[in-house]
Write a protein that binds this ligand. Structure first.
Ligand SMILES: [Zn+2]
Length: 125
């Protein structure tokens, strides 16, 4: 590569603004003007970005319709009071009240315990 000012061959030319003109010049000649910083080469980035698989978000279990009502029905069929059922699944009675009255969805482990104790399916497959 040749310097555009002195014509000397140089390994490395610097893009330099000399008297308003942009020239590729050698190190020496670059002192005559202002070196223009080359923008970082963004296009060197790989086209295919490494796609990191996001951690699989576990879908919340899809509970059956009338979740609370079904629990209540199953509980009553077994002749259990809320208190008794709560004790069986080691949860608070107030949680069962919420579940039965407002279809509140508890944690999956609670749902699983209810399924087991009541012998019903609460999660849609
Ligand atoms: Zn030069």
């Amino acid at each position: 590569m040749l310097c555009e000012v002195c014509g000397k061959s140089s390994q490395k030319l610097l893009r330099t603004e000399i008297e308003g003109a942009e020239l590729m010049v050698c190190q020496e000649c670059s002192a005559l003007g202002k070196i223009i910083r080359e923008p970082k080469e963004n296009f060197m980035q790989p086209i295919f970005k490494k796609t990191t698989n996001p951690p699989k978000i576990q879908e919340p279990p899809q509970v059956i319709e009338n979740f609370g009502v079904e629990i209540k029905k199953a509980r009553e069929k077994l002749g259990l009071t809320r208190e008794e059922l709560a004790k069986k699944i080691f949860e608070k009675e107030s949680l069962l009240v919420r579940i039965e009255n407002t279809n509140f969805e508890p944690e999956e482990k609670v749902i699983r315990k209810l399924e087991k104790v009541l012998g019903i399916k609460l999660i849609e497959q």
